[in-house]
Design a protein around this ligand. Structure first.
Ligand SMILES: O=C(O)C(=O)Cc1ccccc1
Length: 326
């Protein structure tokens, strides 16, 4: 493949993150795709939106144990509100980005140290700083509680990093301070530990084994979709706001799904609050539903659906990843 035909995929880096694994699952043809790490989730979508050299972005959306990755939900929320064009007569928002696929990655967290160390040695440290991505804390709550009970004379501190791989790098760069009795540890995947050649103290430390994270793949809306393995059900992800102070406004929107026999698979909300609106406590709804009923007149469906929304935005229609069912 010539250099110019190669495509660049940006993902939440550095290398070794769970998002990196999701990107590798989606873009497994190394002759066609270059994977580029970003420093944060917002940077992934900003770069895709503004940098002509970036063709796709992969970000985490939700976790089967502790739910929404709020940073990602809020990026979609803000883009729906930001791209609202007051000059258009339509209440449909068409953002410059589009979702084209989903990926599921099993999450198996490990406790990681820079040097070789065993669990029984943890008790000799006065302070143990544990670094990880904020999404991780809700997945290892019980584990960290038990660790604290096992080593009552050690204080465990949780410190946020922009990703799990960033936590590993933090631990690699920081010297264990024997003098002050401080030890730095990371929680990340075995993939991240191996890549950075650091020590895995303990594997499978999630409170719930079988934990999975769902990742979304974006492209620029104006670009063509890549050829993809397609099979099974199609899913839509749509965001909308309802009319305020209108009893039954949400019911009206959802009744359109019932009327058209559209099967909903998830509904979420995030608050929004813009300076131009005098009112706080407003919500954007995130709705997902299947598109397997061939008899539905989707044009009519969206006409009716949109008529009950204040604003709405269809982010994409994509195939359900088979890993969803595992
Ligand atoms: O930090 C990472 O490795 C990510 O990709 C984000 C994340 C964090 C925790 C679980 C799943 C994804």
């Amino acid at each position: 493949m010539t250099e110019s035909r190669r495509k660049n995929v940006i993902y939440l880096g550095p290398q070794g993150t769970y998002t990196h694994q999701a990107a590798l699952q989606q873009f497994d043809d190394h002759d066609q795709f270059d994977l580029i790490p970003a420093k944060s989730i917002p940077e992934c979508l900003d770069e895709l939106e503004n940098n002509p050299c970036i063709h796709y972005a992969v970000i985490p959306l939700e976790n089967s144990t502790n739910g929404q990755v709020v940073f990602s939900y809020d990026l979609l929320r803000d883009r729906m509100l930001k791209s609202l064009n007051p000059d258009t007569s339509s209440n449909r928002v068409i953002p410059p980005l589009q979702i084209i696929a989903e990926q599921y990655v099993s999450i198996e967290h490990c406790l990681i140290s820079r040097e070789h160390l065993t669990m029984s040695e943890l008790g000799k440290y006065k302070i143990i700083r544990v670094y990880s991505h904020p999404q991780v804390w809700g997945q290892v709550n019980q584990y960290l509680k038990e660790l604290q009970q096992e080593y009552p004379n050690t204080t465990f501190e949780k410190l946020d990093t922009s990703s799990t791989s960033e936590a590993v790098i933090k631990v690699m760069d920081s010297k264990t301070n024997e003098h002050e009795n401080v030890l730095n540890l990371a929680i990340a995947s075995e993939f991240a530990a191996k890549l950075n050649k650091v020590n895995v103290l303990q594997r499978g430390i999630n409170d719930q084994l079988g934990n999975t994270t769902r990742f979304m793949v974006f492209k620029k809306r104006k670009e063509q979709s890549p050829a993809m393995k397609c099979a099974g059900s199609k899913v839509n992800l749509l965001t909308f706001t309802t009319k305020q102070d209108d009893p039954g406004a949400l019911v009206d929107v959802l009744t359109v799904l019932k009327d058209y026999s559209v099967n909903m698979c998830s509904i979420n909300t995030r608050p929004f609050n813009t300076v131009t609106l005098e009112r706080k406590w407003q919500y954007v709804f995130f709705l997902e539903y299947y598109e397997n009923n061939e008899n539905i007149d989707w044009t009519k469906f969206y006409q009716q659906f949109g008529s009950y929304c204040l604003e709405w935005c269809l982010w994409g229609t994509f195939y359900r990843d088979p890993r969803y069912y595992n």
